[in-house]
Write a protein that binds this ligand. Sequence first.
Ligand code: DHB
Ligand code: FE
Length: 280
Amino acid sequence: MAELIGGLGTSHVPSIAMAIDKGLRESEEWKPFFDGYTPAQEWIAEKKPDIAVVIFNDHGNSFFLDRVPTLALGVADEYRPADEGWGPRPIPTFEGASEFAWHLADRMVEGHFDPMLCRELDVDHGMQVPMELVFGRPEAWPVKVVPILVNTIQYPIPTPQRMWELGELLRQAIESYPTDEKVVVLGTGGLSHQLQGARAGFINPEADREWVAKIGADPARYRAMTREEYIEEFGSEGAELIMWLVMRGCMDAEVKTLHKHYFAPASMTGAGMVLLENAG
Ligand code: DHB
Ligand code: FE
């Protein structure tokens, strides 16, 4: 049977991609941020997962406002990096775990989550950046991927509670796959930011620090919060954090937080990560 080896939550801010592309990894501004990911890179290099299930939102690159799926699942054999306005970035194409993804599709529909099924999909920074943060810039990605996309752009977005329940269902789906793949789940987005409206530029480092400290050991409050409370506390785009709940819902009630990291640069976005393993 396939095994869930861990869960990782991380921001997917596009300026991280820009920093990598410009070779700024070791610069004074960026080194403290990237260094925070070294333990996760070491963990993943040691554990060698076969498949990464990546929970993220598209940002108007593959789905525009004319058609917005609340939930979408990639079942393709490959995913190209999306062109976000400057041409596709020079990163490898992602290889899809399509058979495994069709199994997830079956289990999701049986469990009353009905995703849009994508046989063709370009993936934007929502998936690219987390993959680069944990795998670096390889010639070929060392895992196959399953993209799961959540609408966090066009209201109404799904509820935090529903995202947690999706995680619980994905856990069962992963563990009912008949062969022995090792699976890691990446929940992406956040941390606090607001890119629009009267509060544009809003970040909340205090709430972000509490999030990375508590999402492993004490997540009950975050599951119970309303969408409006997410927006109030984390900003309109910080509500992307509901996608970490899918990852957290996959995990046991008791988890070990192996590593956490938070970075609030002088910018528009609080950025952070957690790495979780089941305690049992
Ligand atoms: C920005 C975009 C994102 O999708 C995100 O999650 C954080 C920040 C940005 O454009 O700054
Ligand atoms: Fe985003």
